[in-house]
Design a protein around this ligand. Structure first.
Ligand code: ZN
Length: 110
């Protein structure tokens, strides 16, 4: 097992576990009970750890990277008439057909 994330709150760790599960990645939450019984111990143990199997590590890291990007890029939802890139799901501004994030274009794909 490999630790992919640490949380100070068990519910945050469980939320990540559920998200991973929805992507087909099995994970387990470690030290959840210890943290609940002895909150002060979370500082010593590093908090609640979310672990995945070694073979799922890469998929989990890709998932986390996407999660991180979606949080740092808190862009507004596409406005009326705007488009969403069908390749990388970035927003394509109204009046443009080419994605500035990956270069994909609606024109190239009909
Ligand atoms: Zn794109």
């Amino acid at each position: 097992m490999k630790t992919i994330a640490n949380f100070l709150r068990p519910d945050e760790a469980q939320l990540l576990r559920l998200k991973l599960h929805s992507c087909g990645i099995r994970s387990s939450v470690q030290d959840e009970n210890v943290t609940q019984l002895n909150p002060w111990r979370m500082w010593a143990t590093g908090g609640v750890r979310v672990q995945v199997a070694d073979e799922d590590l890469q998929a989990a890291q890709i998932f986390l990277e996407r999660e991180r990007q979606s949080k740092t890029e808190l862009k507004p939802q596409p406005v009326n008439g705007g488009l969403e890139c069908l390749s990388c799901e970035a927003e394509i501004p109204l009046g443009q057909s080419r994605c500035c994030a990956c270069g994909w274009s609606y024109k190239d794909h009909g």
